[in-house]
Design a protein around this ligand. Structure first.
Ligand SMILES: [Zn+2]
Length: 422
């Protein structure tokens, strides 16, 4: 008790608002039951990492949540003791200039298509929420890489690479740009790359949530003053105007796009939240969000064999189910495990079922697999001890490099060769 209380006082001595997250803490969860964790989650907390095996969790917590932990004699230590000051330091230091803004992503994709018109093309797959609302926003773009670029060759397996469904996960577009560069720079030079480009149709969506990405990226000082100190650096959702007051408001607005997909959507309130103010708000109806509709409609127009949806952080390689602990059909479980094991051979992540991390409903993987029969994975990029959502700039290159092998491997594995003998 003494340790937790002392930290509680130290961390929150400057706090004014007791129900807003103000610190990122590492929590010892060995004494908490799943029911306790659900109760904790219902407070104003944002769980950013959980490791059941090692019995720890990272969360952005409010003084109220800290009091809840202290009351239960749960020990926790600060990782970032003032998230507002941390955000200002990142914005003021030029940290974001080491990452691509969404306009930079688009310009670079256009440059790549101009430089490699025979193997790359750019496709507008739909509007972001703010664009549909007539309040700015963006088109969501997909880059196709294949030979005979103008053709939809049904003999070539389609593979889907996506990133940044969660706004703050800014390393994830970088992972895909490193992959794109590797493909176009080595086509005709490297036999493996040339084989993959000639025999697959690779579709890459570097940001599914450009409104959210730009909100995090720009760190608009006006927004910082007006709203919770949590925002905009730690923003996760899209920019939907939940309370329909015509302006963006970080407390009330936004939908978690990775809880809006149409497989077991909203089956309970643990795997997603019906509360618009929560970080895991699932939206008013299934596929309510333009960004989720874009992916749904795009996937329906293709025959994807494997998909990756990059998240950060945790060094994990997740696969279905997310919504239930029920086992997959035996053959499918064998294929998911074989594919995941081969991917983590390259990056040393831990391969596991999503539900074994925590239950979610309405996520991309369950829909892609359950509805569309795609071998769908969600990698979580970044080491929990030293990367988090905002890795040191010296870590950007290692993080994108460590996922190149898996990106190439899934392109190969999607082809005609059997994945496992069964
Ligand atoms: Zn995520």
């Amino acid at each position: 008790m003494a340790k937790a209380t002392l930290l509680f006082t130290a961390i929150f001595s400057f706090s004014l608002l007791s129900d807003e997250p103000q610190a990122l803490v590492n929590i010892d969860i060995t004494t908490l039951s799943p029911k306790d964790i659900r109760e904790f989650q219902s407070l104003d907390v944002d769980i950013t990492y959980i490791d059941q095996l090692r019995g720890r969790m990272h969360a952005l917590i409010s003084p109220d949540a800290a009091a809840w932990l202290a009351h239960r004699d749960v020990s926790f230590t600060p990782m970032i003791d003032d998230i507002s000051a941390y955000a200002q330091q990142l914005y003021q230091s030029g940290y974001f200039s080491h990452f691509r803004s969404y306009p930079q992503m688009l310009a670079e994709m256009q440059e790549i298509v101009d430089a490699h018109p025979r193997i790359a093309s750019l496709h507008d797959i739909g509007d972001s929420y703010l664009k549909t609302a007539g309040r700015g926003g963006y088109d969501v773009w997909a880059l196709k890489i294949s030979d005979d670029i103008a053709e939809d060759d049904s003999s070539e397996a389609d593979v889907l690479y996506m990133a940044n469904i969660h706004a703050r996960e800014i390393i994830t577009p970088e992972v895909l740009f490193y992959f794109i560069r590797h493909l176009v720079d080595n086509y005709g030079r490297d036999a493996y790359v040339t084989h993959l480009v000639n025999n697959r149709e690779l579709w890459i969506i570097p940001s599914m949530n450009p409104d959210g990405h730009e909100y995090v990226f720009q760190g608009d000082p006006e927004q910082r003053d007006r709203y919770s100190p949590l925002e905009p650096l730690w923003w996760r959702k899209n920019m939907r105007d939940n309370n329909e007051n015509g302006i963006f408001d970080a407390f009330n607005d936004g939908v978690d796009l990775n809880r809006n997909f149409g497989f077991s959507w909203g089956i309970d309130d643990n795997g997603s939240s019906p509360d618009p103010t929560k970080g895991t708000y699932r939206g008013p109806v299934v596929f309510s969000e333009p960004e989720a509709q874009n992916i749904r409609d795009f996937v329906k127009q293709h025959q994807f064999v494997i998909s990756l949806s990059y998240h950060s952080y945790s060094n994990l390689w997740l696969y279905p189910w997310g919504y239930t602990h029920d086992p997959l059909p035996e053959r499918d479980a064998a294929i998911f495990e074989a594919l995941a094991d081969s991917c983590v051979f390259y990056n040393n992540y831990l391969a596991q079922r999503g539900a074994d991390l925590y239950l979610v409903n309405g996520d991309t993987d369950d829909w892609l697999y359950g509805e569309c029969g795609i071998w769908a994975f969600s990698p979580e990029v970044g080491h929990p001890d030293y990367d988090g959502f905002f890795p040191d700039t010296t870590r950007i290159l290692p993080l994108v490099q460590e996922n190149l092998g898996a990106n190439l491997y899934v392109a190969w594995a999607a082809g005609a060769e059997p994945i496992v003998e069964y």
